[in-house]
Write a protein that binds this ligand. Structure first.
Ligand code: TMP
Length: 207
């Protein structure tokens, strides 16, 4: 039996995660791969409640440490209730954001100590890591222009360009450090050119 893969999708705001997630799903379906789709923060009832707290207006002034720990609290629940059970049943897991987002947003954006993130990652994940991470990359101005057309910005989307440039840089330096796992996709062009790049990568792990 083929080993089930854990695939994550990452990127800054407006890079096209939603439409490309649909595209990846269509490839997996076409190949008759049994998979689940999930997201972070979220993916469980508790995780979705934490997502509301993290993204909404009610706790807008939470400290950066609280934010980091809530991300990992949601993740601990997600890994235990959803991700590990699926992989154990040989289902592939397709996840919209995972721990690389914490390194990028809380490490890069909020400038929290990376050692703290590593400690939480090792604690919460043990040796579980994604097998493949697709990083949709585009200049912040490009993503902003696309995201700007959508509804009210959440707590992260309200951040300034300086924050998002640090997030992008942190993502790119992780990709540089782990080139076998994290594949950078140029998302600044049209959807078709992005789909072509994704198709090559997903098909290479399927085969
Ligand atoms: P999105 O998944 O709809 O893009 O929104 C989730 C937001 O949460 C996004 O702005 C990135 C942020 N986030 C973090 O800051 N740290 C994390 O660990 C995760 C998973 C998401």
């Amino acid at each position: 039996m083929r080993k089930p893969l854990f695939i994550t999708l990452e990127g800054t705001e407006g890079v096209g995660k939603t439409s490309n997630m649909e595209f990846i799903k269509s490839i997996l379906k076409e190949k008759n791969i049994d998979f689940i789709e999930t997201r972070e923060p979220g993916g469980t009832p508790m995780g979705e409640a934490l997502r509301e707290m993290l993204l909404g207006e009610d706790f807008k002034g939470m400290s950066d440490d609280t934010e980091l720990m809530l991300m990992f609290a949601a993740r601990a629940e997600h890994v235990a209730q959803v991700i590990k059970p699926a992989l154990e049943k040989a289902q592939w897991v397709l996840c919209d954001r995972f721990t690389d987002a914490t390194y990028a947003y809380q490490g890069g954006g909020r400038q929290l100590d990376v050692k703290r993130i590593e400690g939480l990652e090792n604690w919460v994940l043990g040796d579980l890591r994604p097998d493949l991470t697709l990083l949709l990359d585009a200049p912040i101005s490009v993503g902003r222009a696309r995201a700007g057309k959508r509804s009210t910005p959440d707590r992260f989307e309200q951040e300034m360009d300086g924050f998002f440039n640090r997030v992008r840089d942190a993502y790119l330096s992780r990709a540089k450090a782990e080139p076998d796992r994290i594949k950078v996709i140029d998302a600044s062009g049209d959807l078709l050119s992005v789909e072509k790049q994704i198709s090559v990568l997903i098909n290479s792990v399927i085969n």
